[in-house]
Design a protein around this ligand. Structure first.
Ligand code: PMV
Length: 343
């Protein structure tokens, strides 16, 4: 078949599918890096956990009943304004050689805090890819969703490891390692963070840099002192392994020590800002531990900080004093999920 004929056939099938499919809702969770962020870009392992915070993407055909809700927009208008969404759709159109309908409607709802290391851009890619693949009649396949989301992640952040789309796709507690761009290995750990560990508080210290800029800053740090950098990420690898063992063995003391050491190593990598170092020292001075999670931040805040203390109230008081909002989330949320299909 010529490529023109293939295109026309694809268009025909697409109009058939969109005729039967009126509404699709797909959701994906946010995430927290427990250990290994940045080092994972250089082939070291990371341990990452999904959260109960989620992103919901709804696709509706234009013949479905209109909503009195201005969060619903025409997808083709949105992609013109949003380069990331446009790239996600282009990746799908290129792979499946199918142009997406101009009149498709989209609604995005999320309770994942944006731009602070909680995985909101990965959740958007994963949920949108999941919804569009269903819309174009593809079978539900997590591996493909993850692979396409990884391509989108590289467009957004440059040299991404793929740990974000993988945890967001699969959910749970994940051991992840990128050997090569085409060889990424992961293990969905068959255990959870023990319930008897003290609860976490997530403190949003904000950040002005994006992940790509912070990954670049770390690369510069590497160029300046390669042996020092290698020993830093090797130590991070040991901490990641130790932390995973501590979760498995339900050893809270070791777990907390790993959080504290991981924070110190991330500070040495240069991705923790002055105000966040002060916040962490304050938490440590009252017997708690805390670490940044994700890419961090240098000039203002460093994104979300994972803080642990027997009494979360004292952490809340400290966050308030520093003027940082805080929240709690359950760890280990389900991965990408079909919420609704209306035909
Ligand atoms: O974008 P963030 O803040 O969730 O950070 C992602 C983790 C990094 O290791 C910094 C980058 C990557 O691709 O793994």
């Amino acid at each position: 078949m010529t490529s023109d004929k293939r295109f026309i056939t694809a268009l025909f099938f697409l109009s058939l599918i969109s005729f039967v499919m009126k509404k699709i809702v797909v959701s994906a969770p946010g995430k927290i890096h427990l250990s290994g962020e940045h080092a994972v870009v250089y082939g070291k392992p990371a341990v990452v956990v999904s959260t109960s915070k989620r992103m919901y993407v709804t696709l509706e055909t234009s013949n479905s009943p209109a909503k009195n809700d201005d969060s619903q927009v025409v997808l083709s208008n949105l992609r013109r304004k949003d380069a990331y969404i446009n790239e996600i759709l282009k990746i799908i159109e290129t792979k499946y050689k199918i142009p997406l309908s101009d009149s498709l409607l989209i609604t995005i709802n999320s309770d994942i805090v944006r731009s602070c290391g909680m995985g909101s851009s990965a959740a958007l890619a994963v949920a949108l890819i999941g919804a569009v693949l269903l819309y174009i009649g593809q079978p539900w396949n997590r591996q493909i969703i993850n692979e396409l989301a990884f391509q989108a992640e590289k467009f957004k952040h440059g040299n991404a490891s793929g740990s974000d789309p993988t945890i967001v796709t699969h959910g749970g507690l994940l051991w992840y390692r990128k050997e090569l761009d085409f060889l990424k290995t992961f293990w969905l750990l068959p255990f959870k963070i023990p319930k008897n560990f003290a609860p976490f508080l997530l403190i949003n210290t904000g950040r002005v840099e994006n992940t790509g800029e912070l990954v670049k800053a770390v690369r510069k740090r590497k160029e300046l002192d390669k042996p020092g950098f290698t020993s830093l990420i090797t130590r991070i690898e040991e901490v990641t392994r130790g932390m995973t063992g501590a979760i498995h063995d339900e050893d809270e003391i070791d777990f907390r020590d790993s959080i504290q050491e991981n924070e110190r190593l991330l500070e040495q990598l240069g991705v923790v800002s002055i105000s966040v170092k002060q916040l962490v020292r304050k938490i440590e001075s009252i017997g708690g531990v805390a670490k940044i999670s994700g890419a961090g931040g240098i000039k203002s805040g460093s994104g979300v900080v994972l803080a642990v203390h027997e009494d979360p109230k004292v952490l809340m008081d400290i966050s308030q004093k520093f003027n940082f909002p805080y929240f709690q989330a359950i760890f280990g949320g389900e991965g990408v999920k079909i919420e609704q299909i209306v035909t």
